[in-house]
Design a protein around this ligand. Structure first.
Ligand SMILES: [Zn+2]
Length: 328
């Protein structure tokens, strides 16, 4: 796989944003609109350059893992390009439509497997394109089909309830979707994350697995252990600098907006995010793509997690009544 970029503007600067580092680029996507590539021993990944899914050829049928609408029926085309075996099992990484929203391309007879929270959510949404799982589990499930084994583990909240680790031990590959972003900072909201402390912990959980290939569900290329370690460093930096800025940035100048409490919070948090960005941008630009897009947003999200999840001090408070000036 050579890092040649996925489009004509890849690696170039556009619209005033920092260029995408070469180390963040992925393989060229063929004209047919998707890439299918064997990782090892019957495990394949499929991408159109923005989303990723996977499948395993077992000798007794295919295990499909996700089918994002952005790739659509090209998932089946990719499977058919390497095997005639029917799809007998479908593993859901999590419930989100942008990753499993076209799993209806697989036969209804194929067994769906997912976390109990994924079933709860899909039962509620009643989306005919996302059949609720037939096999559910709370903590772990080992799927053995033909010659292949997948270990599915849930380690608690992260990006979404029920978002699981999918480990292929023989292939030394790990898949977890919407948590890690190889070569890039996470998407907005630290990857639209439901549980920031859980997300932070998932970096360590991932590194407990024996793997050298990471399928992250997104972006330009496959990941490696180093990508998890790099993102852990970014998130650690973010948390430390947000905590420092929370202590450093004086609340008093923001008190002038007290008559609109949203204005007071927004002003204070913007000043904190600006300090975090000033500290971290010089270190991370050129290392992770998209840091200039999302550093302010990530600072805000981390700051909110520090306040509401970790109960970090100093607390954000209203000014004493004697300092409140009546507006005209
Ligand atoms: Zn998701």
């Amino acid at each position: 796989m050579s890092p040649q970029g996925t489009g004509s503007t890849a690696g170039q600067q556009g619209a005033g944003w920092l260029p995408v580092p070469d180390s963040s680029l992925g393989p060229v996507i063929p004209e047919r609109g998707y890439l299918v590539e064997e990782i090892r021993d019957g495990l394949y990944w499929v991408t159109e350059g923005m989303y990723q899914c996977a499948f395993m050829v077992t000798g007794h049928g295919v295990i499909a893992i996700d089918a994002p609408p952005s790739i659509g029926d090209r998932v089946t085309k990719a499977i058919r390009s390497v095997t005639d075996e029917p799809v007998t099992h479908v593993v859901y990484s999590h419930s989100h439509g942008d990753h499993i929203g076209t799993t209806d391309q697989f036969s209804d007879d194929a067994l769906r497997i997912g976390h109990a929270d994924t079933k709860k959510w899909l039962d509620r949404l009643r989306d005919p394109r996302r059949k609720p799982p037939d096999i559910v589990f709370d903590d772990s499930y080992t799927l053995e089909v033909g010659s292949q084994t997948l270990r599915l583990d849930y380690r608690g909240g992260n990006h979404a309830l029920g978002n699981i680790f999918i480990h292929a031990p023989r292939q030394r590959a790990l898949m977890i979707v919407d948590v890690f972003y190889p070569g890039w900072v996470p998407f907005a909201g630290l990857g639209l994350c439901r549980d920031i402390p859980g997300f932070v912990d998932h970096h360590d959980y991932a590194l407990e697995y024996d793997f050298d290939t990471l399928i992250s569900g997104h972006l330009t290329r496959l990941g490696r252990r180093e990508d998890v370690e790099t993102q852990r460093e970014y998130v650690t930096d973010l948390r430390r600098e947000a905590l420092r800025a929370l202590a450093d940035v004086d609340q008093v100048p923001s008190w002038q907006y007290v008559h609109n409490v949203y204005g007071m919070f927004t002003n204070h948090f913007n000043r904190i995010a600006s300090q975090v960005a000033e500290e971290l941008l010089p270190k991370w630009k050129g290392r992770l793509a998209g840091v200039d897009f999302f550093i302010h947003n990530h600072s805000f999200i981390m700051l909110e997690a520090l306040r509401v999840d970790w109960n970090a001090e100093p607390f954000v408070v209203l000014p004493p009544p004697s300092l409140i000036v009546e507006e005209d």
